[in-house]
Design a protein around this ligand. Structure first.
Ligand code: DQA
Length: 144
């Protein structure tokens, strides 16, 4: 069974409370449950990690080296400015899919740029919770 690390960055624990018009009303806990079910259906061994701290996320990515077959990441706002996150993803050589719940291109200009895209296999954005389903599906194929 392939092992995937699903990383959620800053403020994604607040989904369901924050900006409901953008992220919906489903809580982070309930989204995690749904993503775990999808992973089971796809026969993926999934670990979910959420942190509001850049360094902790970087440590977690490093710990995936040699231990995980794929990474799915919603880096939150770190997406737009964390070169350290870019370097961490690049360092571990693990197929990584970037995901966003919202269509970042239809929002503020600062969200149009991702500094991690170049080291990810691809990006899925704009499908709400389904972005995570599509991300797992993409990873499933990448890990074959
Ligand atoms: C987000 C989009 C980011 O711009 C934002 O900072 C987030 C969530 C998304 O899932 O749509 O925290 O990554």
């Amino acid at each position: 069974m392939k092992k995937v690390l699903f990383i959620l960055g800053p403020n994604l624990n607040m989904v369901g409370i924050r900006d409901k018009a953008v992220y919906g009303t489903e809580t982070a806990e309930s989204i995690n449950e749904q993503v775990k079910k999808w992973a089971d259906e796809l026969n993926i061994d999934l670990e979910i990690f959420q942190s509001n701290h850049e360094g902790d996320i970087i440590d977690k990515i490093h710990s995936a080296y040699g231990n995980k077959d794929g990474i799915m990441i919603n880096a939150g706002a770190l997406t737009h400015y964390s070169y350290a996150l870019h370097d961490a993803i690049e360092a571990v050589h693990i197929p990584t899919v970037e995901t966003h719940m919202s269509n970042v291109y239809a929002r503020e200009e600062f969200r149009h740029k991702s500094v991690i895209s170049a080291v990810c296999a691809g990006t899925i954005a704009g499908f709400g919770t389904n972005s995570y389903y599509l991300g797992l599906l993409a990873l499933k194929n990448l890990m074959k």
